[in-house]
Design a protein around this ligand. Structure first.
Ligand code: X8Z
Ligand code: ZN
Length: 607
């Protein structure tokens, strides 16, 4: 379950039989009409209660998928959404009134609270939440069962094959096996889109995509322009990386399979969605094998790190910067490994169950470097929850959703080789130009390879919601975008009998995805600002804020503001700038940018 949805969840509960906002206090004499401030206070209080119930139902379903938990979650969601509809309706009393900026902001946040607002019609609302639970459950339970009676494989097992196998056909089978899971979600998703769009229209938005884009303190059109500007700023680096990776893959798999000047087959990049390529760094993409960057994988296994130890290590990073320890509930109630006896949603997520006292992580951690980064990432969400716990419900959120995603990743940028050596996970690195380029390459395969993927998912969804992409073109338009942005193609022909978008968690889960695109750029801006705050003056890629309280204080101040102010104000306080821009990420990767230029000279780049 995504953070947005969690936040929505962390916002819902109706213990009452009715779904209407609690009645305003009435006196014996005719009470004066409720002011907008009073209305907002009442809604915040209602949502506090409802949020906890929704979070509890959501947590129960995601950590124990059964028809019953699915039903309970969809019913809790239904009540929550009914409440939101009713509250938004009532808030129209204040349309056209002069309100304080804070009250106006709270009313806007009320309208934008759910990534899938429900239609007014009760039967349609019930159907929509049923579909949402069904989609989530189908993704969570998804498996590939090979012919010949061999055991079925889960997404984690198939992902391991994508990461480890270098056999073209085996990779293709694992890729296809998982992607075929999407087909069973096509009809549900199509129906869901119709209903959620109707919900968005009932709230006065043109469609659901416009509602999503209205949550960035600027017009949806300006937000489109901002996303495009950012993409153009980082595209040259992606193109260089693509060209380099393709050349290496051609050497491994042959020019016939990976031809120059053409897109790369999607199953060869080490990840199910080709969204990060670091899994093929070690054996296929290391620039200088002699100066190789050590991976923490070996030590995590050899030293028998388990999920709890990984989480403690993440907590220790945050406390080293002055953050508090995690509450006891985190350790008592989180799900950190895949349970053996039941179906769960393994995709990692962070949960705000009870403001300030009960934050959790749900993940299926294994002792490897990727999952170490994942738990540092998830704790970023939890520390955000804790920092803004005292704010009213409608402001308990990220400055924008990209901020929420960027907190833990900013910390991860401080997980440098020097830090990993300090905690005993890799040997002390010998410094050299070659080692630097290796390290930069490894980072770029995580951070730069991701960018077009982060951008295209919602390019697809915005068009699906606007009707520009119709169901009979769902899959072909998906691959058109994958080809255009990422420069990849499916390993086997795909048709409209397939539904490959649903093979990615955030589509069935209906979590907006542009947040990650923003986060992958913002986190470098945050990192640069924190490094400045800590007095660091060397190159950005060498900076680690481990143990730095000055950086921690500055960061925590930003987190504590939650969504109470436009993100531009919040960003300015931390970085001195009101713009999201790619200068920090380009600065960070300067050595690699130069290296790729020479490396790719004379190559047939592009696709
Ligand atoms: O979904 C996530 C997190 C949970 S918020 C694990 N991420 C995106 C993904 O896995 O697709 C983190 C990076 C991108
Ligand atoms: Zn996240």
């Amino acid at each position: 379950m995504s953070v947005t949805r969690l936040l929505a969840l962390a916002a819902i509960v109706l213990v009452l039989a009715s779904c209407a906002p609690s009645a305003p206090p009435t006196g014996a004499a005719a009470a004066p009409p409720e002011t907008a401030e009073q209305f907002v206070a009442r809604v915040n209080a209602d949502l506090d209660r409802m949020g906890m119930e929704l979070a509890a139902a959501g947590w129960t379903q995601a950590t124990y998928i059964t028809v019953d938990t699915q039903l309970l979650e969809s019913k809790a969601n239904e009540r929550y959404l009914a409440y939101l509809n009713q509250a938004v309706e009532e808030s129209k009393r204040y349309d056209g009134q002069k309100l304080s900026p804070e009250t106006a902001r709270a009313l806007l946040k009320l309208k934008l609270n759910s990534p899938a607002p429900a239609p007014r019609d009760a039967a349609k609302r019930a159907r929509m939440t049923e579909l949402e639970s069904e989609l989530e459950a189908k993704y969570g339970k998804g498996k590939y069962c090979p012919e010949g009676g061999k055991p079925c494989l889960t997404l984690d097992q198939l992902s391991d094959i994508l990461a480890q196998s270098r056999n073209y056909d085996e990779l293709t089978r694992a890729w296809k096996g998982w992607h075929d899971v999407g087909a069973s979600m096509r009809a549900d998703y199509t129906e869901f889109v119709g209903l959620a769009n109707e919900g968005a229209r009932d709230l006065g938005f043109k469609d659901l995509g416009v509602l999503w884009r209205a949550n960035y303190d600027m017009s949806p059109e300006d937000f489109d322009a901002l996303s495009e500007k950012l993409w153009q700023q980082v595209k040259p680096l992606y193109d260089g990386l693509h060209c380099y990776a393709r050349g290496r893959l051609a050497k491994k798999y042959g020019e016939d399979k990976v031809p120059a000047g053409k897109p790369i087959p999607a199953q060869l990049l080490g990840n199910m969605w080709a969204q990060s390529w670091d899994k093929i760094y070690g054996d296929l993409l290391t620039p200088y094998p002699g100066a190789s960057v050590a991976s923490a994988d070996a030590a995590l296994k050899a030293q028998k790190w388990d999920a709890v130890k990984m989480a403690h290590s993440a907590e220790a990073f945050y406390t080293s910067m002055g953050f508090q320890k995690l509450p006891d509930a985190f350790w008592e109630r989180s799900m950190l490994t895949r349970p053996r006896d039941r179906e769960v949603v393994c995709h990692a997520s962070a949960w705000d169950m009870h403001p300030g006292t009960d934050v959790r992580v749900k993940a299926c951690l294994e002792p490897n470097e990727e999952d170490l980064y994942t738990i540092y990432h998830e704790l970023g969400h939890d520390y955000y929850f804790l920092a803004y716990a005292k704010l009213p419900f409608l402001f308990r959120d990220g400055a924008n959703d990209g901020f929420h995603e960027a907190i833990g990743d900013t910390i991860n940028l401080s997980v440098t080789p020097a830090y990993l050596a300090k905690i005993g996970l890799i040997p002390q690195a010998k410094e050299s130009r070659e080692a630097l380029i290796n390290q930069q390459m490894k980072m770029a395969l995580t951070k730069i390879a991701f960018l077009p993927f982060g951008r295209l998912i919602d390019q697809w969804r915005w068009k699906v919601f606007s009707g520009e992409i119709t169901p009979d073109h769902y899959n072909s338009s998906w691959w058109e975008l994958r080809r255009r942005y990422q420069g990849i193609v499916p390993p086997v022909p795909r048709t409209e009998a397939d539904f490959d978008p649903a093979a990615k968690f955030h589509i069935p889960d209906n979590t907006p995805y542009t947040r990650y695109f923003l986060s992958f750029i913002l986190q470098f801006q945050f990192h640069r600002a924190l490094c400045q705050a800590s007095g660091f003056s060397g190159p950005l890629y060498e900076c680690s804020n481990f143990g730095n309280k000055a950086a921690g204080d500055k960061f925590e101040a930003m987190l504590a503001a939650g969504a109470s102010a436009p993100w531009q104000d919040t960003l300015e306080k931390l970085t001195g700038s009101r713009d999201i821009d790619a200068s920090a990420i380009n600065e960070y990767f300067q050595p690699l940018i130069e290296w790729l230029k020479t490396q790719n000279e004379g190559q047939k780049c592009g696709w």
